[in-house]
Design a protein around this ligand. Structure first.
Ligand SMILES: [Zn+2]
Length: 274
């Protein structure tokens, strides 16, 4: 099955390390990732990065979260611009799989008007519950934009062939999900914020802020089991891992063999034979 995955950086955030790893000191600068999955039956984005207004006035856009986040988000790093570099029109995206509804994962939804949101029902409901909006730091202006919404419960096979599957990984938020892509040659799991950093997975070192600690640990154990079974795990915001991952326009997971390099032209030009 020719499924191709591209990884983009849609800006960078600098925030207190303790938010990502409880008890850590200092700050961390982390990428904001998004991924394009090209499947013969459609185009999927896993997360969409930051809202374009964040480039203009980040403090205003981030509101109550602004004191904890310094944003570096240059023109050309928004999801629409990233897609244009691959000659993909934003209006041709069929599905947005939002891992969850935080500002750095669904802010770019605004630039993808024709897509259907594939979101865990629990997450969508949480994003419309006044108490949880407050507690879990949702900002409805990031996601309540009138898209078609398909809510799902648990695992969901997007194209019905096992190649692109939403995996529930709650804990960071009530209905968080990760995405698994399987091709003939590779299995990749993009964790979103179920696992911020490689250290989160290695040491089960939890963040200081999460919705449900036990659910988060269970999700991390699930991700560990997938890794032990051979999957490549791409964590949500790890700056070191991110440096090792091919970035668009290079594919993260190539869907087809690279173009064959033609053999050197050996035939002698006509009329020059001895
Ligand atoms: Zn995040």
């Amino acid at each position: 099955m020719a499924v191709t995955v591209y990884a983009f950086t849609c800006g960078w955030l600098t925030l207190p390390a303790s938010i990502l790893l409880a008890g850590e000191e200092g700050n961390l600068t982390v990428p904001v990732p998004a991924y394009l999955i090209e499947h013969p039956k459609g185009r999927v984005l896993f997360d969409t990065g930051l809202h374009p207004d964040t480039q203009v006035d980040p403090d205003r856009r981030l509101g109550r979260l602004a004191p904890f986040h310094k944003v570096a988000f240059a023109p050309g790093e928004g999801i629409a611009a990233r897609l244009h570099t691959l000659e993909v029109a934003p209006g041709t995206i069929d599905f947005i799989v939002n891992s969850h509804l935080h500002f750095d994962h669904c802010g770019g939804n605004a630039q993808l008007p024709n897509a259907t949101l594939l979101i865990q029902r629990r997450e969508w409901e949480a994003g419309h519950d006044a108490d949880l909006i407050d507690r879990v730091y949702y900002e409805p202006h990031d996601y309540d934009l009138g898209h078609r919404v398909q809510t799902i419960d648990g695992e969901h096979d997007v194209f019905g062939d096992g190649s692109v599957t939403c995996l529930p990984t709650p804990g960071h938020t009530p209905g968080h999900q990760s995405l698994r892509v399987r091709t003939a040659g590779a299995e990749v799991v993009m964790t979103g914020d179920a696992c911020y950093l490689r250290r989160t997975l290695e040491q089960l070192h939890l963040p200081s802020v999460m919705y449900d600690r036990e659910q988060m640990l269970a999700s991390l154990r699930r991700l560990r089991a997938l890794r032990e079974a051979g999957a490549m795990i791409i964590t949500g915001h790890d700056p070191e891992t991110w440096q090792t991952i091919p970035q668009a326009p290079a594919p993260l997971v190539p869907g087809k063999a690279p173009d064959r390099v033609p053999p050197p032209f050996e035939r002698q030009p006509a009329g020059k034979r001895d």
